[in-house]
Design a protein around this ligand. Structure first.
Ligand code: PLP
Length: 435
């Protein structure tokens, strides 16, 4: 049912009058209206429905309006709607217990934040205080959030207008389709990217580097699956120089890849894990850092100089508990793995056979990208104008896409059904054909 009795035009007019939007020149915006949703479907006020293959900002892993999460939020709101972080409240401890039940042994403490960027911010702070070193190495093809250190750690264009601090160093990571290393195989890409990382560490002065910060699978940058040996190699290099590894699991964690954490499928154990998005599917803004016992012990005697009014907010905690419980009970992680293996993966491969403009498809679970090109041989990216047309064609056919540069990211909720994937694939097929 519609959840507001205003027309789409009224809602857009009100928005344009008073709301200032992210990452945009404000003048020409015409935001899409969404007022309701259920599972993988969202709708506006005029009975237009869309298959949500964006999961909004790749965060609604459990689908829209999951009844158990809504009920958990309501129950906690009736009990106690807010409490300062210094107090103990059972639901917060339970949220941390639920999260750490899925992390490696020796990672038992959680610092809660309001979202992903401040999770990164605090992971970097912990790494610097624990090691007594300053520099952070991250990758050019990455996004880590919009606060001070998180935006400077980011690799893409969003870093540059925000770059005031310089204790960050960037390296290229592996990306075979557009290799920076002239590599002919994934193994060579991995080996050369590791060589580049180690040489950068040596040139920067290994004793000045606190942490290597990586999205386990870079998300917004294009769902770049690490080649064999890369993540294990990063861990080995970090250990060799006494550097910590922070894995940013904000987008990739909690089911997106068909595992609890994306790194579960690779040979690496981090020292710090940043999480947000999928932990509660964004029903309430939350995030946090899972901390190794060794790093946590640094702050047994020493004060941790960080905090937030809403750290471990009880309604946020309740949404985490309900969400993880539902994921455990309903086989949602397993569903994401099955969907990737049996439906999205083969479906996108079939589309790539048919449409010349698909240069590469890659991904796992419900975390995929179609890389679109104007020319398969030169790999020249499809133009922004064509991407705009494609977006219009998808929306017109009832699919809400996630588009980044020359890519369509195929990122539905982890609860998506084979039938919904089939419908989406038919829409992608038609829209690509029309283009
Ligand atoms: N890290 C990654 C990998 C992300 O994808 C994002 C957001 O897209 C962030 C951090 C920042 O999270 P937030 O927008 O909740 O601050």
């Amino acid at each position: 049912p519609p959840t507001s009795n205003h027309s789409n035009a009224e809602t857009v007019a009100l928005d344009r009058e008073h709301v200032f939007h992210s990452w945009s020149a404000q003048g020409a915006l015409n935001p899409m209206v969404l007022e309701g949703g259920l599972g993988c479907t969202v709708w506006d006020n005029e009975r237009n429905e869309f298959l949500d293959f964006s999961s909004q900002l790749v965060n609604v892993n459990i689908g829209h309006q999951h009844p158990a999460v809504i009920a958990g939020i309501k129950t906690q709101a009736d009990l106690m709607a807010t409490v300062a972080p210094a107090h103990a409240i059972h639901i917060r401890g339970e949220a941390a217990r639920k999260i750490t039940a899925h992390t490696p042994a020796g990672m038992n403490r959680v610092f809660f934040t309001n979202g992903g960027a401040d999770a990164i911010e605090n992971a970097i702070r912990m790494a610097r205080l624990h090691t007594g070193r300053d520099k952070i190495i991250s990758r050019y093809r990455s996004y880590h959030g919009n606060t001070g250190s998180a935006i400077v750690a980011t690799g893409d264009w969003r870093r540059i207008p925000n770059e005031y601090a310089r204790a960050h160093v960037h390296v290229f990571g592996p990306y075979q389709y557009r290799s920076e290393f002239w590599a002919d195989s994934p193994e060579q890409e991995s080996e050369r990217a590791l060589h580049h990382l180690e040489r950068t560490i040596q040139a920067e002065g290994s004793a000045s580097i606190a942490a290597i910060l990586l999205e386990t699978i870079p998300g917004t940058a294009g769902v770049l699956i690490p080649p064999p040996g890369y993540l294990a190699g990063v861990r080995a290099i970090a250990d060799k120089y006494g550097i910590l590894v922070i894995l940013d699991e904000v987008m990739a964690g909690f089911g997106r890849t068909g595992d609890w954490f994306a790194f579960d499928a690779f040979d690496i154990t981090p020292d710090l894990i940043a999480f947000a998005k999928g932990v509660n599917s964004g029903y309430i803004p939350v995030g946090g850092v899972v901390i190794s016992d060794e790093i946590a012990a640094t702050f047994d005697e020493r004060v941790f100089p960080g905090g937030l009014t809403y750290s471990g907010h009880p309604i946020g905690a309740a949404s985490i508990v309900a969400s993880i419980t539902a994921m455990e009970d309903e086989g949602i992680i397993e569903n994401a793995a099955m969907i990737g293996r049996d439906h999205i993966g083969p479906g996108l491969a079939a589309l790539a056979e048919k449409h010349e403009c698909i240069g590469e498809v890659r991904g796992r679970g419900v975390f995929w990208a179609m890389e679109l090109v104007a020319n398969r041989n030169t790999r020249e990216p499809l133009s922004a104008a064509d991407m705009g047309k494609l977006k219009g064609a998808l929306v017109q056919r009832g699919l809400l896409p996630f588009i980044a540069e020359n890519r369509i990211h195929v990122v539905p909720p982890a609860v998506v059904t084979p039938e919904e994937v089939a419908r989406a694939l038919a829409i992608y097929d038609e829209a690509l054909g029309a283009l």
